[in-house]
Design a protein around this ligand. Structure first.
Ligand code: COS
Length: 383
């Protein structure tokens, strides 16, 4: 597959994820997309496989693997159904990630074990109607009142918002201090004052839910703060560094699925008396598709290996995400082109891949935000 030699565990993760995708995910992906149906049975089984908290140690009921295994599994699962990939990446990096890294022992025993085992679904609430890329502009507030914080505000585009039981929520505990006044909390979704609003009707990843969430005097125990007051923004950005590896791997999976569909179709479809794969115009497209996908995969694996080695990898995960997301858009466009008129219909899966690819350029930081992260580092590195 590449110059990186996989360990026995990583190879087992690859084979398990590939087989699971083939048998359990591919057969239901198109129907779930059409019906906007959350794949509950699939998600439960992902939990049993240890895929809902892959980087969490066994003592907290996680899969106890590493970031490279996670990237490998995310690619394979997303090849079958990108929406399942969305649910999985949100749980692994955005819900388990900050509680494992910043939570205290009690929080880990109470919440992380439920998430990492897949028994409960988690979500991450950072974005607001007026705070997406400018994540520091939080309007949601959390005011300390005795032994509780009282949260008020609105959160937008919350992945898994309809199914989640545990949320990591960002809110301002000191609105005068901008990013230094943001804090992170673990909030149980059934807390009075937390209401799930409308579910978005989306272009892609339609089997995953995306919700608006309202907080109206929602009282959260003060002990549910993650880290200390004012540490929330750093917790969010640190969490998103890992999240971006997951989204990059998801984009690689979507692109790989599109390439495989395009190649099979091109070998079958005949025009001018021969399979269209015999035409050089198509062969060049296939060559570029495969090359870009492999480059995106290697960037993703590089970021994962750096994370596993305890190195700083913000720039590399941003590079992986922007490149893989743009590759997924490009490759899925070409895959439709190779299918011609058939590719524009729901008779073939490439239109779904195309719709699913778009979100990878937007969530967990748009491509423009990734370029900001990358260029800031490059400008520091090169004098
Ligand atoms: N990990 C931890 N801390 C980080 C960090 C990282 N990757 N990147 C920056 N920080 C810290 C900085 O060191 C700085 O700390 P100090 O105040 O102690 O110096 C602080 O965070 C603020 O950093 P910065 O000044 O760079 O923040 P900006 O407001 O300029 O924002 C961007 C930086 C634009 C990169 C950030 O807001 C971002 O990533 N936005 C996109 C958010 C996003 O992905 N939204 C989607 C939501 S999830 S679907």
């Amino acid at each position: 597959m590449s110059i990186i030699t996989l360990s026995e565990v990583q190879d087992m993760v690859l084979r398990t994820a590939r087989e699971f995708t083939e048998n359990e995910i591919k057969p239901v992906a198109s129907k779930n997309d059409r019906e906007h149906r959350f794949p509950k049975e699939v998600v439960d089984k992902l939990g049993e496989l240890g895929f809902m908290g892959m980087m969490v140690p066994e003592e907290y009921e996680g899969g106890a693997t590493d970031a490279l295994s996670y990237a490998i599994a995310m690619e394979e699962i997303s090849k079958g159904c990108a929406a399942t990939g969305t649910i999985m990446t949100d749980q692994n990096t955005l819900a388990c990630g900050p509680i494992y890294t910043f939570g205290n022992e009690h929080q880990k025993r109470t919440y992380l074990t439920e998430l990492a085992s897949g028994r409960k679904i988690g979500c991450f609430m950072l974005s607001e109607p007026e705070a997406g890329s400018d994540a520091a502009s939080q309007k949601t507030t959390a005011a300390l009142d005795g032994d509780h914080y009282v949260i008020n505000g609105t959160k937008s585009w919350v992945t898994n918002g309809a199914e989640a039981e545990i949320a990591v929520v960002f809110a301002s505990t000191d609105p005068t201090a901008k990013h230094k006044g943001i804090s992170a909390f673990i909030v149980e979704m059934n807390t009075p004052g937390l209401n799930v609003g409308k579910l978005e009707d989306k272009l892609g990843v339609r089997a995953s839910s995306t919700a608006q969430i309202f907080f109206e005097d929602c009282k959260v125990p003060a002990s549910n703060i993650l880290g200390k007051e004012g540490e929330g923004f750093k917790i969010a950005l640190h969490t998103l560094d890992a999240g971006r590896i997951g989204v990059a791997a998801q984009a690689v999976g979507i692109a790989q699925a599109a390439l495989e569909a395009a190649v099979s179709y091109a070998k079958e479809r005949k025009a001018f008396g021969k399979p269209i794969s015999d035409f050089q115009g198509l062969q060049f497209m296939i060559a570029d598709m495969a090359t870009k996908i492999q480059a995106a995969r290697l960037l993703t694996w590089q970021a994962a290996v750096m994370k596993d080695n305890g190195m700083k990898y913000s720039k590399e995960s941003a590079m992986a995400k922007v490149y893989a997301a743009e590759t997924a858009m490009w490759v899925t466009t070409k895959a439709i082109q190779i299918h011609g008129g058939y590719g524009y219909t729901t008779d073939y899966p490439v239109e779904r891949y195309f719709r699913d690819a778009k979100i990878t350029e937007i969530y967990e930081g748009t491509s423009e935000i990734q370029r900001i992260v990358i260029s800031r580092e490059v400008l520091k590195e090169i004098q």
